[in-house]
Design a protein around this ligand. Sequence first.
Ligand code: PLP
Length: 411
Amino acid sequence: MNKARHTPSVLETFPVEKGELMIGGIPITRLTKRVGQTPFYAYDRRNITQRTAYLRKHLPDEIHLHYAIKANPMPAVVQHLAGLVDGFDLASGGEMRVALDTGMSANNISFAGPGKSVREISSAIAAGVTLNLESATELETAARLGEKQSTKPRVAVRVNPDFELKSSGMKMGGGPRQFGIDAARVPAVLKRIGELALDFQGFHIFSGSQNLRPEAIIEAQEKTFALAYRLAGDAPSAVYKLNIGGGFGIPYFPGEQPLDITPIGERLNDLLEEKAKQLPEAKVIIELGRYLVGEAGVYICRVVDHKISRGQVYLVTDGGLHHHLAASGNFGQIIRKNYPVLIGNKMGSSETETVSIVGPLCTPLDILADNMALAKATVGDLVVVFQSGAYGFSASPHHFLSHPPPIEVLI
Ligand SMILES: *Cc1c(COP(=O)(O)O)cnc(C)c1O
């Protein structure tokens, strides 16, 4: 049995008062009444604000901080972040509508993702959003649609780098990928951009996600700058934007420690000094999703049954995989591990019980906690899944089994 524990920093994100978890200063039972139903997601705006302030403190001032909306597209969350970050990164036309509704300047919005539709490309051009080109086909489509609109579309080249971000939860660069244009093909693409009526902005180099090792992130950043310098030699104009990706992870599972960003910030100072010589016009962008919002969110569901099967205690809840696929272990995990989970209205309880928490779906995949020692719970108690602010609500199959959807609130 693995004795590793969830990092305490995760559980200390939300304070406890009188045995109740406090979310945005509100006791969990009262918040549940206010929301009017379980299950629901609650996001703490103060936590998001503090997180961005912490990042700014540890990263060089010159870094432009972008939010990758994919992590949590709730309009109220995106609106809150609009006042905290320097720009947004999009991965669909739907996200573009949410982003533009906040009033964020289109000049600070970029749109990545393979297979952009003609309609998405056309809207992005009309809005003035920068298209991070993922293929030669997109390049030609953008030029054709720009001509129709009598505008020069803003474009950047998303590069599939010739290296990868080591020890990442998800690798998105290096080797064959559906993302970006292979580094070796980029010079030809840059030449073509120069021939067409396109407004070249720069490069987008995203190598991976969910990384907890500063040395791996630093190494990828060093290689990213070096690659950008090499490619810039073939660029049709100066490089104005250099998006170096992100990949900052958060601890989800027992034994994982929070990412130390201090050494990343320190090394970036040197890298930016060199950048000032090599690409003086380029502003450097870091794009982050889960690091900004992941820890600010909890998923709350209610115990509807307590049953025992051959000695194993099950808490059955009204929430599960259909609302929170990632916590069930079915969103990219190879071996299922428990997210941090607690009984939110019994935080002071000393009586514990080892339980498995499952949802109401008729599938054995519907697990929220497997064999965890938690405060002894009964029907009506509130199960809290932490680290749920990113890739929760919007990354789950709400329609599976036709149960009602959860609510989302920003507190
Ligand atoms: C998904 C994605 C992100 C966000 O990743 P996080 O792990 O949430 O920080 C950023 N950039 C691109 C291009 C992405 O596809």
